[in-house]
Design a protein around this ligand. Structure first.
Ligand code: SF4
Length: 336
């Protein structure tokens, strides 16, 4: 295999990060092969400076842009091996017609309790395109020394000198309302963490007592998070891209899962807290089909997603304390 093409055009940069261990495992399984990744902006920038990725093709989201980008890349060079997370717009058929070997369905028979990223690795292994020694490739984003230094400087400026405990980053924003933890809970968590002596930073709306992380590029955010990891800090947030980015930068994460299952979407090492684990409406392996997904209208509560409201401040704060103290080595699952 001299030429590998990976197509990751599901949507947000969180999806790219789910697939990143598989990208790295493919590169490590085929040393010497060129690895080209086609993915959306702005997430594509997260692969800049990645020593295992030869070329990143950034696609601006627009109708028809995904299929056109894949067709262009196939016309440029035919891959020996094509792997795709993406199944819309006839992209699998394009890849299967052009590549010597194509793996185009990484969503086959997903077990409800296996992290999605692990599942990708399992399927690639069973399809014979991965070296078994790469099966446990962790999620990690590559940063330059200069970026890391800049992240340390910016963290010091945000946190100030002399804090007795490491910082905790709250990812208060969510791209989807159904994944949003109530604002009153964020305020309560901020109060608790501040009382314990943690500087509290916020990506997204900052509760009183938290310091807002100024908007910037994804790489700058990753570098800031890497600096948080270096001083033993933690991050808290829902099933979102920035939470996954924190994990990719080495931060221990407390994930707040409601409409999605922590067992499937949790990041490790860290804790995945599950709100309302027994919700009968949730469809763990086809989340976009559950009736609350797009509307955020929860049939179990008139006040918003009952699963997110089920996650209380005391348990979340306790999970943060555990993670700051070192946490477990893998993914610890807990009820809200
Ligand atoms: S139905 Fe309500 S409680 Fe169940 S997953 Fe959807 S938002 Fe959460």
């Amino acid at each position: 295999v001299a030429e590998i093409l990976v197509v990751e055009l599901l949507g947000g940069f969180g999806d790219l990060l789910i697939a990143l261990p598989a990208v790295h495992a493919l590169a490590r399984s085929h040393p010497g092969a060129a690895v080209r990744v086609v993915t959306f902006s702005p997430g594509a920038a997260l692969l800049d400076a990645d020593p295992l990725v030869t070329e990143v093709v950034a696609v601006e989201p627009a109708p028809g842009a995904a299929r056109a980008a894949v067709a262009r890349q196939l016309a440029r060079r035919r891959p020996d091996l094509a792997v795709s997370t993406t199944r819309y717009e006839g992209i699998p058929a394009l890849l299967e017609a052009a590549a010597r070997v194509a793996v185009t369905d990484l969503w086959r028979r997903p077990p409800p309790d296996e992290p999605v990223g692990h599942r990708f690795l399992d399927l690639l292994l069973s399809d014979g395109v991965l070296d078994p020694v790469t099966k446990d490739t962790p999620l990690a984003v590559a940063l330059t020394a200069a970026e890391r230094e800049d992240g340390r400087r910016r963290l010091a400026a945000l946190v100030g000198p002399g804090s007795p405990r490491p910082p905790v980053v709250l990812v208060t924003a969510s791209g989807m309302a159904v994944k949003q933890w109530p604002a009153v809970r964020w305020r309560g968590l901020t109060d608790t963490l501040a009382r314990w002596g943690h500087p509290v930073l916020a990506v997204g709306p900052a509760p009183d007592g938290a310091v807002a992380v100024p908007p910037g590029s994804l790489r700058a955010l990753a570098a800031l998070l890497a600096a948080v990891a270096e001083v033993g800090g933690a991050a808290v947030g829902g099933d979102t891209g920035p939470v996954r980015l924190a994990a990719a930068a080495g931060v221990r994460v407390v994930g707040l899962y409601g409409p999605t299952l922590g067992a499937r979407y949790g990041v490790e090492p860290g804790t995945a807290l599950q709100g309302l684990p027994g919700c009968p409406v949730r469809q763990p392996t086809s989340i976009t089909e559950q009736e609350c997904w797009w509307s955020a209208r929860c049939p179990l509560s008139g006040d918003g997603p009952a699963c997110m409201a089920d996650l209380d401040v005391v348990r979340v704060a306790a999970a943060v304390a555990r993670e700051v103290a070192g946490g477990a080595s893998g993914l610890l699952l807990g009820a809200g």
